[in-house]
Ligand binder design. Structure first.
Ligand SMILES: Cc1ncc(CO)c(N)n1
Length: 231
């Protein structure tokens, strides 16, 4: 793409007066709502997730978080502005810090052996989600990485923000909600959406469609990921 083409807004090829992020989000309403209102989420609110389900979910999610961190690192490396790179870099620190510590404490409480923390068998949605994140990472395409990051974070904010008060007393359920609903996390998701709105309109139609495919696939996998914890 030439420099002048890069600065031209190519879209909209569809009406996205609400912005690129909202346009993507609206395309996957059904899977999105099914994930946000999933049985796992309701049982988490009530601290009634059966222990084998909670354990399976967290063991699989730690594998997700590994590839998520790698893809976030790719976003750090291919972001198009210094401001974006710094925001993404700070968030990578949160994933590697507070969130990682949560997993270790939860695994200790649930007495998860080290083999299951480090190299469990991957359930199918874990494998497919990790393949999707690997594809985005290897593409070094900033919008693709942003799309998958935004689905993962915005969808989790959506269900966590809907948790009824008081939150569960036990730390595993309570902190999993708090990690995805606190002022810093809300600001991070707002930033991701605004970032998509910034870069999306400069993409050509084929690239926008590719973003849409990443978006729908990631949303479907979020739903499948919750389902798998019960299978
Ligand atoms: C599967 C999944 N999606 C999203 C998040 C939040 O980034 C998570 N921890 N796990």
């Amino acid at each position: 793409m030439t420099e002048s083409a890069r600065s031209t807004v190519v879209g909209p090829f569809v009406d996205w007066s609400g912005g690129f992020a909202d346009w993507l989000r609206a395309s996957t309403d059904e899977d999105w709502s099914a994930a946000v209102n999933h049985r796992f989420v309701r049982e988490l609110y009530a601290e009634r997730v059966p222990e084998p389900v909670l354990r399976r979910y967290l063991v699989q999610d730690y594998q997700f978080v590994d590839r998520f961190a790698a893809m976030l690192g790719a976003a750090v490396s291919c972001a198009d502005t210094i401001d974006s790179r710094m925001v993404l870099g700070r968030q990578l620190g949160v994933v590697a810090g507070t969130e990682n510590t949560y997993f270790q404490r939860a695994f200790d409480a649930l007495e998860v052996p080290s083999a299951d923390r480090e190299r469990p068998d991957w359930l199918r949605p874990t494998r497919e989600f990790n393949e999707l994140m690997d594809a985005a990472r290897i593409s070094q395409n900033y919008p693709y990485c942003l799309v998958v990051l935004t689905v993962a974070e915005w969808l989790y904010l959506d269900w966590a923000a809907a948790a009824p008060e008081p939150l569960p007393a036990g730390f595993i359920c309570r902190e999993w909600i708090e990690l995805h609903h606190n002022p810093e996390f809300v600001a991070w998701v707002d930033w991701l959406r605004a970032e998509l709105d910034r870069v999306g309109p400069h993409l050509d139609e084929l690239e926008q469609q590719a973003c849409l495919r990443y978006w729908s696939r990631a949303t479907a996998l979020e739903l499948a990921f919750f389902d798998a914890a019960y299978e």
